[in-house]
Design a protein around this ligand. Structure first.
Ligand code: HEM
Length: 123
C-alpha cells in the first residue's frame, strides 16, 4: 500500500467518525427542545394531578400549566411551603404566598418553574 492510499483511508475513517458524531448529536433524545415540545403536547386532568400529592411525587397546576416539582422541593428557596401545592391547583398559593411574604413569586421563579413543566390542564 502506498502512502497516498493510506492517507485516503485515514481521511475516510475520520469523515465517517465525524459524520456519526454529528448525526447522533442531531437525534439526542433528551434535547431540551424535544422535552419542551413534549411538555406543550401533554394534557392532564385535575383528577390525574390530584394523585401526585406527596413530597416524593408532587405535581401542581399554576395558571393552567402542569408542573412536576418533585425534584425541586429540596432546593425550593421557600422551604417546605411548596408542599402545600402538591396535587392541587396552586395558582393562588404561587401568586400570594400566604405563609410567607404575601407577595407573588419573582420573575426568576416564573422562569425556573418552566424547567419542571410537563404539560397543561385539560379544559
Ligand atoms: C413551580 C413552583 C415553584 C417555584 C419554581 C418556586 C420558586 C421559588 C423561588 C425562586 C423563591 C425565592 C423568592 C422568589 O424568587 O420569589 C421562592 C420562595 C418562596 N416560595 Fe416558592 N416556588 C414554587 C411554588 C411555591 C408554592 C406552591 C408555595 C406555597 C405557598 C411557595 C412558597 C414560597 C415561599 C413562602 C417563599 C419564601 C419567600 C416568601 O416568604 O415570600 N412556592 N419560591
Amino acid at each position: 500500500m502506498n502512502k497516498k492510499s493510506l492517507y485516503l483511508i485515514i481521511a475516510s475513517v475520520l469523515i465517517i467518525v465525524i459524520a456519526v458524531i454529528v448525526f447522533k448529536g442531531d437525534k439526542a433524545p433528551d434535547s431540551t427542545q424535544e422535552k419542551e415540545e413534549k411538555a406543550q403536547e401533554a394534557v392532564y386532568t385535575m383528577e390525574e394531578v390530584t394523585k401526585h400529592n406527596t413530597r416524593d411525587d408532587c405535581w401542581m397546576v399554576i395558571n393552567g400549566s402542569v408542573y412536576d416539582v418533585t425534584k425541586f422541593i429540596i432546593s425550593h428557596p421557600g422551604g417546605p411551603a411548596i408542599l402545600q401545592g402538591c396535587g392541587k391547583d396552586a395558582t393562588e398559593l404561587f401568586e400570594t404566598r400566604p405563609m410567607g411574604s404575601g407577595t407573588p413569586h419573582s420573575e426568576r421563579a416564573r422562569k425556573l418553574r418552566e424547567k419542571y413543566k410537563i404539560g397543561r390542564l385539560a379544559e
